[in-house]
Write a protein that binds this ligand. Sequence first.
Ligand SMILES: Cc1cc2nc3c(=O)[nH]c(=O)nc-3n(C[C@H](O)[C@H](O)[C@H](O)COP(=O)(O)O)c2cc1C
Length: 473
Amino acid sequence: MAYKDLREFIDILEGKGLLTRVGAEVDPEWEINGVTCVATSNNGPAVLFEKVKGTTTTVLSELFGRSWRRVALAMNMDTEDPVTIRNEWMKRLEGPIAPKVVKTGPCKEHLLMGDKANLDGLFPKVRWHEQDGNYYFGTLGMQVTADSETGEQNVGCYRMMYQDGVTAKLMMQPFQGGAQHLRQWGRRYPGKPMPMAVVFGADPCYVLAGGSKFVQPPSEEAYAGALRQEALELVKCELSDLLVPASAEIVVEGEVMPDEWDHDGPFGEFTGFLSQEKSTCNVFRVTAITHRSNPIFHGEREGYPSEGGLIYVLGMEPIVYKKLQALEGVLDVHIPLSGVGFELIVSMRVSRKGQVRQLIQTVFGDQEVGGYIKHVVVVDEGIDIRDRDDVAWAIATHVQADRDLLIIPRCPQTSLDVSQTNLHWGTKLGIDATMPRFVYEAEGKTAPVRCNDPEIQKRVKAQWHKYGITLPG
Ligand SMILES: Cc1cc2nc3c(=O)[nH]c(=O)nc-3n(C[C@H](O)[C@H](O)[C@H](O)COP(=O)(O)O)c2cc1C
């Protein structure tokens, strides 16, 4: 059974000791930032701040944090294993479940229209990083827009910076669904504002779907339905035909002009750095706000480590896995959280010369993921790609730098990569850390074999009780 709403999920997490309520008053200028940062860095719980200076709204931070178990629970599974979660994620997404439109819902308990539609007071003024340009109230707000021809909706997660009670800066990268809708709207209705709704505190699977990329249509709502295995209930907005989750905590309705540009930032990014320069962004104007009684504001402290990074990997690894599975010899892929989406590790059964290089070039040449992934490490079957030590061992013992590195300069790379001084252009690195057996063969030699005796290990493990040895972990 899917959760009725975010509140039910919060109760589940609390019951399992995975969420802590903070009753003491906190200053959103610095304490929510600090507590969240320390909690997430130490694999701590989700935090519900019940008394926040300047607002009566409760603040939920790091719902998922870096916890695969909390992601699994959102999908009504109970595991900590990211591979089990990934495989189930992929399976469920094969069967999108269309949302159900209902007449009304808890998100309509309070309607703030006209002059009352103001962010001040209702929204906490959280400074997520000390040097942010202003209060980012939208770090996990989900933006809903519609295709102006087909009406098909898009849900994305784009940051929003507070400007005043009725205006915010909205940073959508040009390739995102919301930005595409805005360009399309501008061509169709030049000079007219496009409706947009921003959803805070929805079903956890709606949040996971909104922050992930999918083949569309159908919309993210149908994928969220697949992830929670039950249709989402949506209600119509007050001032537009956009549909939003009926159980959402807060819905901010507004408008965005297609031809109005501004700048936002600085902002602490998921790479762990403050954005170096101000980003071009759109301007969002509030027209109405609807919310539940005693609403919960849902936000997150972007940065490294952060739950934004976890949601990114959750959505991205299945995409890469699906693409690479089609290539000969690929057994598994892993995008480590600490690689912030820039690093990919591939397990491969190599059967011919050139196979590894072709795989690496395929990744870097891919339109969807090639602009993010900049380091690809390929290892042989038997190396645990989720164990950093195992991968480091493979690199240390298999790689000759003049033979096994593939370096491709000046490739498209996200500007979020601060290691590049020339924005948008980066150098790609492929590391072939598989055994160079074809080189050995060409020299008339046989490649070395490992001496870890897997068959003998299997035999002793089968009768481990006999030895009375307790192993850690
Ligand atoms: C926590 C979080 C914050 C994000 N912030 C932004 C952002 O500020 N701007 C942006 O363009 N994408 C941002 N993204 C990425 C998009 O939300 C993501 O690519 C999503 O798939 C876009 O959906 P769309 O393809 O439907 O537009 C963020 C993702 C997450 C999980």
